[in-house]
Design a protein. Sequence first.
Length: 311
Amino acid sequence: AINLSSDGNLHLRHLKLIRHLGTGNLGRVFLCHLRDCDNATFALKVIDRETLSSKKLSHVQMEAEILSMLDHPFLPTLYSRIEASHYTCLLIDFCPNGDLHSLLRKQPGNRFPLAAVRFFAAEVLVALEYLHALGIIYRDLKPENILLREDGHIMLSDFDLCFKADVVPTCKFLRRKSRNSKRNCFNGGCFAPVAGSVEEVLPEFVAEPVTAFSRSCVGTHEYLAPELVSGSGHGNGVDWWAFGVFVYELLYGTTPFKGGSKENTLRNIASSRKMRFPDAAEVEEAGIAEAKDLIEKLLVKDPRRRLGCTK
């Protein structure tokens, strides 16, 4: 059993720091465990508020607020928020297998096989959809922010650049025609199946924050959407653009608009030049055509026509 304080809260004295894991935009992260339970390890994000600007302090508050909302297998759990002097400490899940960027760089050609791309992309997609259903626009999708759990599944990290918007979940009913086979029977004898179509009414849960709008320019430059680069304001579409860049990078080992410098990369993103795929050196494996089609629909420079953004 864990011996908590008389107030029932967890304090820093209940934790034992094991080693430094890394330093991020807002603070340092340590591996730790509960003093009364050695086999329960966590990541402790330690933020020194005295060293941060007012803007970064607002990012700390945003991250803590969003972490407290999450309950999903591909997103971190905030076990405790500890305030000690001028430090804010966030106790969250520890992912022992590092991040997806490091794993990607260990692959031949810095690229994953299609089956692995499909696996990681599917899990990131599910996590993004969950965030959007809560009205949260992530705004910092990249392989470095995707951690790998002990079981190999993903966990998104770093929520300080998120934007919180209002969202009203609704349930729509869509009519869809589907192929149907039926047998015509007459006097006990059946003819061959006759192909036809029936109209189905299917429910569709809709919780995408399509009306969200912000003018803040945040994120990693190779993953920035054109509307972020131009400063014209943005909404949920920046996450779907970044998702397209993400899938492209997993497949090809580089990002689609990368230039010789940061300025050239941003110029490529903002230009009207259409995204191109690398020339295929050999026969492409099955499924690549579908992956390219998905990427092309995500990397549409006009957010009004981008997959996932239509109102």
